[in-house]
Design a protein around this ligand. Structure first.
Ligand SMILES: [Zn+2]
Length: 160
C-alpha cells in the first residue's frame, strides 16, 4: 500500500524528473529514504552527456553502498518516478536495498513510448520482481503516473 508519506516522496521524484527534462535529460527522478524517514540522497537521470547508464536508481544504489551499512540499506526505501530498469533493479538487489515505490511502471513506459513512436531501448522490459525475487515493491500510482506520462510526452516532443 502507498501511504501519504510515500506520495510526498514520489512527488519529489516527479519534481526531479521535471528538472531532468529542463536539463535535456530523460524524465526520471529518485529519492533514497532511511528507515527513520530521513531523505538521505536524491538524483535524476543524467544521460544527455552521452552515458546511457546514468540512471538515478543506479546512482542511489552506489551512494547507498558507500554511505550505509548493510542493515541500513535493507531497511531503506527507494522512491522513483519510473520503475527500475533491469540494470537498476540488479544494482538495487546487489547492494541489498529494501522497499521500492514507483509512480509509473516499466510496462506503462513501454506502451507510452510505443504510442509516441519512440524506438524501444533495445533491452528487455522486465519488472523489478523478475530481477529481484521477493522484492517489496509498490506501484504504479495512477494519478502520479499521468504526470510522468506528460513529462515523457514533453521530452520526446522536443527530441523527435
Ligand atoms: Zn535504470
Amino acid at each position: 500500500m502507498v501511504s501519504e508519506t510515500d506520495l510526498k516522496h514520489l512527488q519529489r521524484c516527479i519534481e526531479l524528473a521535471e528538472i531532468a527534462v529542463e536539463n535535456g535529460d530523460e524524465p526520471f527522478g529518485s529519492v533514497l529514504v532511511s528507515a527513520g524517514g530521513e531523505v538521505l540522497a536524491e538524483d535524476r537521470n543524467r544521460v544527455s552527456g552521452g552515458d546511457p547508464t546514468q540512471h538515478p536508481e543506479f546512482a542511489l544504489a552506489r551512494w547507498a553502498v558507500q554511505n550505509m551499512t548493510a542493515q541500513e540499506r535493507v531497511e531503506a526505501t527507494v522512491y522513483t518516478s519510473g520503475e527500475h530498469c533491469p540494470m537498476c533493479s540488479a544494482a538495487h538487489g546487489l547492494v541489498g536495498l529494501g522497499r521500492i515505490v514507483y509512480a509509473s511502471s516499466s510496462e506503462q513506459l513501454s506502451s507510452w513510448l510505443s504510442e509516441m513512436g519512440v524506438a524501444p531501448l533495445g533491452i528487455q522490459t522486465l519488472s523489478i520482481q523478475e530481477i529481484i525475487p521477493g522484492a517489496e515493491v509498490d506501484g504504479p500510482v495512477s494519478e502520479l503516473a499521468e504526470q510522468v506520462r506528460a513529462l515523457h510526452r514533453q521530452f520526446h516532443a522536443r527530441n523527435l
